[in-house]
Design a protein around this ligand. Structure first.
Ligand SMILES: NC(=O)C1=CN([C@@H]2O[C@H](COP(=O)(O)OP(=O)(O)OC[C@H]3O[C@@H](n4cnc5c(N)ncnc54)[C@H](OP(=O)(O)O)[C@@H]3O)[C@@H](O)[C@H]2O)C=CC1
Ligand SMILES: CC(=O)[C@@H](O)[C@H](O)COP(=O)(O)O
Ligand SMILES: [Mn+2]
Length: 408
């Protein structure tokens, strides 16, 4: 009998984090959560998770939420029928460095399920502390790819993104001479099949209705613009070091084939499973062992169809834009992502129309200064700072009217 792996969950209250908690609770013989961290936007859930999992340490990025978190611990303890003093209050880390500090606490695996490029610093902290990192936060590799690669020893970084875990399984011995290309699948999002003109008036509510996956708001909007696939092409390049002209995107609306590797002899190996992130999370936490019944498998006894089609690059130029940024390097992937993060926030707040998202990213990239490859995280922050300011200026100057709400 082996002892359970000790896990630290960054972003425990989010979509990835809550699915990881579910998986850990169903497999107490395999995993034990020892620390959790989040922004501080949902202290009730964070306190409930802390008591439920019996963690030793909890981190919140926003120090202003510490008092609410403490109150939430007592409320949760009383709800569970504990008398004061009957339950261990975990240590609390708070502030902008808290998540990175938590990432260095003793553990077997750190799962990074924080959203956005703010996930980069904790990824680097965990790697530099020698932790194995299960990486859902793709923005770490997009914003700081060269830094993450330099910090990661072979086998230290395990992908959680569904396409990249699929590629890892298909690649077997890694990207060797026998690999011709990586084929990354895309659901196509809720607007698949529409022309650019038909995308002008789409609303945040429509963009947030992903056809196959339940995810946090930013990645869901990114799937609707295909920016998510652009980020994933850069992520695949950073993880597997294949040139961009050997990484293809193919639309597969059912999200069952999670990606493929084509080999030089004409063979293609794909990984298939119904869309459920608990499988990639389980594989990364348990790597290289699989976790039995992590998710239901494809039902091979019922008839079903899988469709595959090329991406309409005219309606959805985000992937081509990402590839160009990736080929150019020199912080342009960080600029692409940071401009997108600003645009997504503005789209959700109805300050920017849907088409304004990728149009603004393109403009920001077009106007970006010539930079070097990032040597430090501060280099990334400087490039991002410029991109965020420029995107905000373009948005404020009016990149077109925002659509009305669905109710109006
Ligand atoms: N969801 C999915 O199925 C998939 C997600 N991913 C990637 O995983 C990452 C997480 O996505 P998802 O779970 O959907 O996102 P969510 O928005 O659901 O969750 C984000 C998490 O990050 C936390 N957070 C917010 N601000 C901070 C901060 N300043 N410091 C630390 N933590 C913070 C949130 O905490 P709080 O509740 O306090 O705000 C929450 O726990 C993203 O990079 C995404 O691209 C990749 C593949 C699939
Ligand atoms: C589950 C996952 O890995 C997401 O990144 C997913 O790929 C999003 O779906 P799209 O293919 O629509 O971007
Ligand atoms: Mn993905």
């Amino acid at each position: 009998m082996t002892t359970p792996r000790e896990i630290i969950l960054l972003g425990s209250t989010g979509s990835i984090g809550t699915q990881a908690v579910d998986l850990v609770q169903r497999n107490p013989d395999r995993f034990r959560v020892v620390g959790i961290g989040a922004g501080g936007g949902n202290v009730e859930l964070l306190a409930a998770q802390a008591l439920q999992l019996g963690v030793a340490v909890v981190a919140v990025a926003h120090s202003s939420t510490v008092q609410d978190l403490q109150l939430a611990f007592y409320a949760e303890a009383s709800r569970r029928g504990y008398a004061t003093g009957d339950f261990p209050i975990p240590k609390i880390l708070a502030g902008p460095e808290a998540i990175s500090e938590l990432a260095t606490y003793p553990a077997d695996v750190v799962l990074n399920g924080v959203d956005g490029s703010r996930g980069l610093a904790p990824t680097l902290a965990a790697l530099r502390a020698g932790r194995t990192v299960a990486l859902a936060n793709k923005e770490s590799l997009v914003a700081g790819g060269p830094l993450v690669r330099a910090a990661a020893a072979p086998g230290q970084l395990l992908p959680v993104d569904s396409e990249h875990t699929a590629l890892a399984q298909c690649l077997r011995a890694g990207a060797t001479d026998e690999v011709r290309r990586l084929v990354v699948t895309a659901s196509g999002g809720p607007f698949r099949g529409r022309s650019r003109a038909e995308l002008a008036d789409v609303t945040p509510e429509q963009a947030l209705a992903h056809p196959t996956w339940q995810m946090g708001p930013v990645i869901t909007i990114n799937s609707a613009t295909l920016v998510n696939k652009g980020l994933e092409v850069i992520e695949a390049h950073e993880l597997y070091q294949l040139p961009y002209d050997r990484i293809e995107v193919v639309v597969h609306p059912q999200s069952v084939l999670h990606s493929m590797v084509e080999f030089v002899d004409g063979s293609t190996i794909a990984q298939a499973s119904p869309p459920d992130m608990r499988l990639p999370i389980a594989l990364a936490l348990g790597w290289p062992q699989r976790v039995a019944d992590a998710t239901p498998a494809v039902d091979w006894r019922t008839a079903h169809r899988w469709e595959l089609a090329p991406l309409d690059e005219e309606a959805f130029p985000a992937v081509a834009l990402a590839k160009a940024a990736g080929v150019a390097g020199r912080c342009r992937p960080a600029i692409y992502n940071a401009a997108n993060e600003e645009c997504v926030a503005a789209f959700i707040a109805r300050r920017l129309p849907y088409l304004g998202i990728v149009d603004t990213i393109a403009r920001v990239l077009d106007e970006a200064p010539q930079l070097s490859e990032p040597g430090t995280v501060e280099d990334v922050h400087a490039a991002e700072g410029w991109a965020r300011r420029r995107a905000q200026e373009i948005i404020a100057a009016g990149a077109g009217p925002a659509p009305a709400t669905d109710e109006e």
